[in-house]
Each structure stands twice: as C-alpha cells, then as structure tokens.
Design a protein around this ligand. Structure first.
Ligand code: URA
Length: 241
C-alpha cells in the first residue's frame, strides 16, 4: 500500500493545494500580459521583472518621448537639428549615460554614433552585449553649440526626462560615462578619477562611473581602468541574474 493510499485525505489536500497554486500562477500570468502558454520575448521580460523595483513608473519610453515633443524648454532647442532621446532595449538591465549629443549625434538623432560612440560600442561588445541589449542616452538631449558644457538651467529642464527614462527602464546598473554624467547623477563635485570604479545607489539602480570614451581616445592608457570597471559590471550583472 502506498503512502497516499493509506492517507487519502493527504492526497486530496495535496492536490487541492497544488491546483490552487497552479490557478494562482495562471492568474498572475494573465494579469501580467501572458496569454495561455504564450512565451514571447515581451512576456518573458515581464515575468523576469516581476517583483523588481515595485512602485516604479509603468510609463513607457514612447509616452515620455511623446511628452518631450518638439521640446523648447531651453535655449539648446534653437540650434539643435535633432533631439537625441536614447536608444536600445526599453527593459535593459544595463544603461549607459553620457554627457550630451555631439555633432554626429545631433545630425543622426542617435546617441554615441561618432568616434567616441564607436569606442563605446567596442566596450559594450567587450562585455558580451550589443547596443540593442543595453540602453544608451545622455544627461541632456540636445547638442550644446560648439560642444560647450551644458548650463545649469539646461540640465534642470532636461534631467526630469532622464529620470523618467530610468524609472521606466528600471535598469540594474547605470554606467555613468565621464565627469559630467557621474557628477550630475550623483549630485557631487568629486572628480571622475575619485568616483570611478565604485558603485553608488541611484533610483533603485547601481551607478558605476567610469571614464568617458572621448577621454579614452585622448588618453588610451586609461583603457585599462575602464576594463577594470567593466569587469565589475559583468560581476554585478551575474550576481543580479
Ligand atoms: N558624447 C556624449 O557624451 N554623448 C554622445 O551621445 C556622444 C558623445
């Protein structure tokens, strides 16, 4: 005689509990947009994100871009050709934030497509990702004339949109590229040489500042430091799986 044959009440309550669990599981699946056994990339990403950073915005990047519109919130709009909103996976676990668009980015409407961008692409590939698998954007979305540093009121006008993008994407890690991105995100005046290589908490993500790729083009001996920083990102992403 089997255990369940001699304890039929246990068998019944066991099955009932299991069926209840299955029912709850399917209800959660359907509430989170999964239809039946549909296992599309979209649904799998939603399931993967269950329980992560609850309370964060459910606003989509499209909605944020629509709200930005043909932005005239600061003087940078007068000379820009394109707003450079950001590109990549809207659910990326890893986000790169640079300073602001340069000439090439302004022409194409996409971040990091010039010489510094080509180096950033290599860095992303070195950590076994593609540009499509991460999200790339900048502190400000319009090119400052002559690539001058953005002014305080320009950042003030633009930064809320970046914060909304971060709240929507919910990345695990944000790699802040260069002094300007690191100091703006972390609200500090510390130099990048001090900030780089450590993780800081920001909006539910870990921010890791590193040198800007444009700086690396001028100082190739600093690539070793960036590689050390990238290894920390690889490790942290593994731990966050
Ligand atoms: N430098 C940046 O900081 N951002 C870009 O998009 C391009 C160059």
């Amino acid at each position: 005689m089997t255990f369940f044959e001699s304890n039929p009440h246990l068998l019944k309550s066991g099955i009932t509990t299991t069926l209840e669990d299955i029912k709850t599981f399917f209800r959660l699946l359907s509430e989170n947009g999964c239809q039946g056994f549909e296992c599309s990339e979209e649904s799998l990403k939603k399931i993967k994100n269950w329980g992560r950073k609850e309370g964060f915005s459910s606003e989509t990047l499209e909605a944020i871009r629509t709200d930005l519109g043909d932005c005239r919130r600061c003087r940078l709009s007068e000379k820009r050709k394109n707003i450079v909103f950001g590109t990549g996976d809207p659910h990326a676990r890893l986000m790169f934030v640079g300073e602001g668009p340069g000439y090439d980015e302004d022409q194409m409407g996409e971040p990091f497509v010039g010489a510094a961008g080509r180096l950033l692409t290599k860095i992303i590939e070195a950590i076994n990702h593609t540009r499509d698998q991460v999200y790339i954007c900048n502190i400000i979305k319009c090119r400052p004339p002559g690539n001058r540093n953005p002014m305080a009121d320009e950042i003030e006008a633009c930064f809320p949109f970046l914060k909304r993008q971060i709240a929507s994407i919910k990345p695990d890690i944000i790699c802040a590229l260069g002094t300007f991105a690191a100091q703006t995100l972390l609200e500090t005046k510390s130099p990048i040489s001090k900030l780089r290589g450590s993780f800081y908490d920001y909006m539910g993500a870990k921010v890791l500042p590193t040198y800007h790729p444009a700086y690396l083009l001028r100082n190739p001996n600093k690539k070793r430091d960036v590689w050390e920083d990238m290894k920390k990102i690889i490790k942290a992403m593994g731990a966050n799986q």
